[in-house]
Design a protein around this ligand. Structure first.
Ligand code: ASP
Length: 440
């Protein structure tokens, strides 16, 4: 029998009603042995996440103010969950200890981590499973860098001794035992670490949507859900702005080849989205997997006669970027031309200096700068080795009268990136979606 690790996001554990759904989901399958909860998230659009309240309480403490007005909101929130669940659990002493430590200056990481810790205690009680504190196994070095190998070993050893358990998400510990959190949304990372540590057959990531959508629903009305995609496709889509999992959550499971299954706590029978290495039943041949994009890039286009024969041109150019501390996004090139695509906010206020350095190091014949460019990535393993995908994409853009400012296709043929004017961004996404959404 395989082991499934179930991570539940903030909205899945926001109140007692949601926690009952969590219990029903977990108890429906014996394989669901380890549960990783987030802190209580928003119950409605204008609600405040407990993690945010905890950070604010810490700031109040650091400013020498009373944390009580904020901590009262936190206390109320947890007391209500415990009462609504009808648990026989005196939570007040636990809350009092957290209050005193935050007021006493325990710091932002300790404060924020308590959202998950307290929720973990409640869920452990509700499901009658042991609470396993991640501070005993998720490790960071003294500089706060995550120690992947040591952690995986410790998690495997610690959880290997348990039949089941609740492991609060989002944090671990520094060598001196003090608490250290991942970046925001980091419970996803904890879930992946636990999945890898116990050698799970699947990492279930429960949230409030029924999987990853083909594109942004704010741009396209009700886009289709992606049934299956590879880790690499997810990386490409996430990098270009699609959000569903924390960026770093994919690495531990990807290395171990553990599939991630995105599921909806509020609609557990929906199929969701599976992210895996591949080997899916249906190859989406000729089809695309998703479309993602972002606005506000700057393209610096360089031209130089015989650039193709000039050894060292690229190295000098990249050296200039390095010395300015800039990371580039793409470098499409022609025979005598080369363009660098950068995020506009990274070059803001520094463009003249940068161009000056490029002129003196690379001596191009011409430099042209285009700001206000949006990049749209059309991603899909089904595109590789299938003639006609590019024709369909560019044909649709041409028919819609969209002017393409840049094209980049990686040699893996996993994606085609087009650059258009910022104003054409939404229209471009819709045109590409319409060209491919039918799947033919
Ligand atoms: N509670 C943390 C946050 O709000 C971590 C998480 O929910 O994944 O960022």
């Amino acid at each position: 029998m395989g082991i499934r690790v179930c991570k539940f996001g903030g909205s899945s554990v926001a109140d007692a009603g949601q926690m009952r759904k969590v219990r029903a989901i977990v108890e429906a399958e014996d394989e669901r042995r380890f549960v990783v909860p987030s802190a209580p998230g928003k119950r409605s659009a204008d609600d405040i996440k407990v993690t945010d309240l905890l950070y604010q309480a810490n700031e109040a403490a650091a400013a020498g103010e009373s944390i009580d007005p904020l901590f009262d909101l936190i206390t109320e929130r947890y007391r209500k969950i415990v009462a609504d669940l009808g648990l026989d659990f005196d939570f007040d002493p636990v809350l009092a200890e957290v209050h005193d430590r935050i007021a006493g200056g325990a710091g932002p990481d300790y404060a924020a981590s308590r959202g998950e810790y307290l929720n973990g205690l409640i869920l452990a009680k509700l499901m009658d499973r042991p609470l396993i504190d991640p501070a005993t196994m998720i490790r960071f070095d003294a500089e706060g860098r995550f120690l992947a190998d040591e952690t995986q070993e410790a998690v495997a050893e610690r959880l290997g001794a348990e039949k089941s358990g609740v492991v609060p998400g989002f944090y671990g510990a520094l060598p001196d035992g003090s608490i250290k959190t991942f970046s925001r949304g980091g419970s996803d990372v904890t879930g992946a670490i636990v999945a890898r540590g116990v050698g799970a057959s699947v990492y279930e990531n429960w949230t409030d949507v029924s999987g990853l959508l083909m594109t942004d629903p704010r741009i396209v009305d009700s886009p289709r859900t992606i049934a299956e995609l590879t880790y690499r496709e997810l990386r490409e889509l996430a990098y270009m702005g699609a959000t569903v999992l924390h960026d770093e959550a994919i690495f531990p499971v990807r290395e171990a080849g553990i599939p991630v299954h995105i599921k909806n706590t509020n609609a557990p029978d929906d199929r969701g989205t599976v992210i895996a290495r591949g080997g899916f039943e249906q190859a989406p041949t000729g089809r695309i997997t998703g479309i993602a994009g972002r606005k506000d890039f700057t393209i610096i286009a360089l031209e130089k006669t015989l650039m193709n024969a000039e050894i060292g041109f690229g190295r000098r150019l990249l050296g200039v970027l390095e010395s300015h501390g800039l990371s580039w996004e793409h470098i499409p090139s022609g025979i005598d031309t080369l363009s660098i695509v950068l995020k506009s906010d990274a070059v803001e206020g520094r463009l003249d200096d940068l161009l000056e350095s490029i002129r003196s190091e690379c001596a191009p014949d011409a430099i042209e700068v285009n700001a206000g460019i949006a990049l749209i990535a059309t991603v899909g393993r089904g595109m590789s080795h299938v003639p006609g995908t590019a024709a369909r994409l560019f044909g649709a853009l041409a028919a819609a009268g969209i002017n393409i400012r840049m094209i980049d296709q990686g040699s893996s043929e996993l994606n085609i990136i087009v650059g258009v004017e910022n104003d054409d961004f939404e229209k471009t996404v819709r045109v590409i979606y319409d060209a491919f959404a039918d799947g033919h």
